[in-house]
Design a protein around this ligand. Structure first.
Ligand code: ZN
Length: 191
């Protein structure tokens, strides 16, 4: 009896494998049924069915969840009252925001206004600004170092004088410019 079940299970896998081969889907797993105790139902390409409260389909020989359909389902399941403030949700905009926010439009507006002042929001924008400043510091430093080495390579060895270079600026001048620039840029960071 058990042997029989195993044989049956095996042949199901073979069928699945064969189907995958036919649809050109050689990479797809054929062992999806391991530990799967539910009754096997034959599904073919394009079938749509409900399982575990979600909507599934077979696409390219692989079982896939339909998220879009889930969203539509949620929309249809919109409660009469906002779960957050208890207001009767009758506005057109309530219907629009509910699937994404799970609350009424007014609550979403409040929520967005509140989040703008939260630490998290501030931190996010501070980090954004700092990373921009850091990037500028990096680029500026590289640019200045380049200028300095250029002055060294071209003028120091030939003229034997560090202060004597292209732009009329000495190595010290350049270094001062670099330090001042860095100081200014670092002051732009928000700690
Ligand atoms: Zn509400």
């Amino acid at each position: 009896m058990k042997d029989n079940v195993l044989k049956k299970e095996f042949s199901k896998k073979d069928v699945q494998r064969a189907r995958n081969l036919i649809t050109g889907n050689t990479d797809s797993r054929t062992s999806q049924g391991v530990g799967y105790t539910k009754k096997y139902e034959h599904r073919k390409e394009g079938d749509v069915w409900e399982e575990d409260g979600r909507t599934w389909t077979i696409k390219n020989g692989v079982k896939q969840n339909i998220t879009k359909m889930d969203k539509f389902k949620k929309m249809g399941k919109m409660p009469l009252f906002c779960p957050e403030c208890g207001t009767l949700m009758k506005k057109h905009l309530d219907k629009k925001v509910f699937p994404a926010y799970q609350k009424c439009f007014d609550c979403v507006v409040d929520y967005e206004a509140k989040i703008k002042h939260t630490d998290e929001h501030r931190k996010y924008f501070n980090n954004l600004r700092n990373s921009h400043v850091d990037h500028t510091i990096e680029a500026f430093t590289a640019y200045m170092k380049d200028k300095m080495s250029e002055s060294n390579a071209n003028y120091v060895t030939e003229a034997g004088d560090v202060e004597n270079w292209k732009g009329g600026l000495s190595q010290e001048d350049l270094d001062k410019e670099l330090q001042e620039g860095l100081e200014f840029l670092k002051s732009m960071r928000i700690e």
